[in-house]
Design a protein around this ligand. Structure first.
Ligand SMILES: C[S@@+](CC[C@H](N)C(=O)[O-])C[C@H]1O[C@@H](n2cnc3c(N)ncnc32)[C@H](O)[C@@H]1O
Length: 251
């Protein structure tokens, strides 16, 4: 899992942030409240955990045991350090792993959590692939970008066509979840604050500082431009899209 130079730049741009994607404690807790009977016996797998913003919320609002996985070792190290610092190591472990090749035995978990990362495998591929990891009546909770209003302006459409052509509306995602063998038990959209306060606002500061550190490196400038464009598109058109939080039970 060695990182190439561009990937290393990408992770540098996203380092030092309180979280690596849209989300907040309120939405994690709201989604958790949709999952029945989470107790000390519940086994949670947090996929694409980053530095663990949602992992800590899950740990602090349940008595469940949690394994958190991410492909980027420094994020995993940071989460394990923080877990030690706040005294959660008995119930929370972070490991380096690839979400597209998880080798846990069947039925290892009661709840799979994935904030801001399911797009990496693709919703359908991930839901089908992860299904075997869930015990009977297991649940999955994930966030995924969705259109929230019809007829988004052309500039917004062209940004998403380029960045993530799989973007759909909520109804299409609900259909996809059902087609993958799950029953949705609840869903809602993230607030604007969940995108801005602890994600785009600090990321915008990183984006400003980043090219100066890598003067003359075209990939760094391109990466910063791409990130700046993503934030600008969100500032202009966030009425048209957000992250949906979906909680579903495996049938
Ligand atoms: C948008 S971030 C979300 C992180 C965190 N869940 C949050 O919301 O703050 C996506 C995360 O997925 C991780 N990731 C990327 N590809 C992955 C893969 N193949 N397997 C596991 N994690 C991966 C990245 O390192 C990153 O931490």
């Amino acid at each position: 899992m060695a990182e190439d130079a561009t990937t290393a730049l990408f992770f540098e741009l996203f380092s030092g942030l309180p979280q690596q994607g849209p989300g907040d404690a309120a939405s994690t807790i709201r989604a958790l409240s949709l999952v029945p009977d989470v107790g000390p016996e519940t086994r949670i797998l947090d996929i694409g955990c980053g530095t663990g913003r949602q992992t800590r919320v899950l740990a602090q609002n349940t008595r469940a045991r949690i394994i958190a996985i991410d492909i980027h070792p420094p994020f995993v190290d940071e989460l394990n350090r923080e877990t030690r610092r706040i005294g959660l190591t008995e119930r929370v472990t972070a490991r380096v792993a690839d979400m597209q090749g998880l080798d846990f035995p069947n039925a290892s978990f009661d709840l799979i959590w994935c904030e801001g990362a399911i797009y990496i495998a693709g919703v359908e591929a991930a839901l089908r692939d992860w299904r075997r990891l869930l015990a009977n009546d297991g649940h999955v909770a994930f966030t995924e970008v969705c259109w929230t209003k019809p007829d988004p302006p052309p500039e917004c459409v062209s940004f998403w066509e380029q960045e993530y052509p799989a973007i759909r509306d909520e109804a299409a995602l609900l259909t996809a979840i059902a087609a993958c063998g799950y029953e949705t038990v609840g869903h809602f959209m993230l607030s604007r604050a969940a995108w801005w306060d602890d994600y785009y606002r600090p990321l915008e500061q990183n984006v400003t500082a980043f090219p100066a550190r890598h003067r003359g490196r075209v990939e760094a400038e391109e990466l910063a431009d791409q990130c700046r464009r993503e934030i600008d598109v969100w500032k202009a058109y966030s009425d048209y899209y957000s992250y949906g939080f979906f909680v579903a039970r495996a049938r």
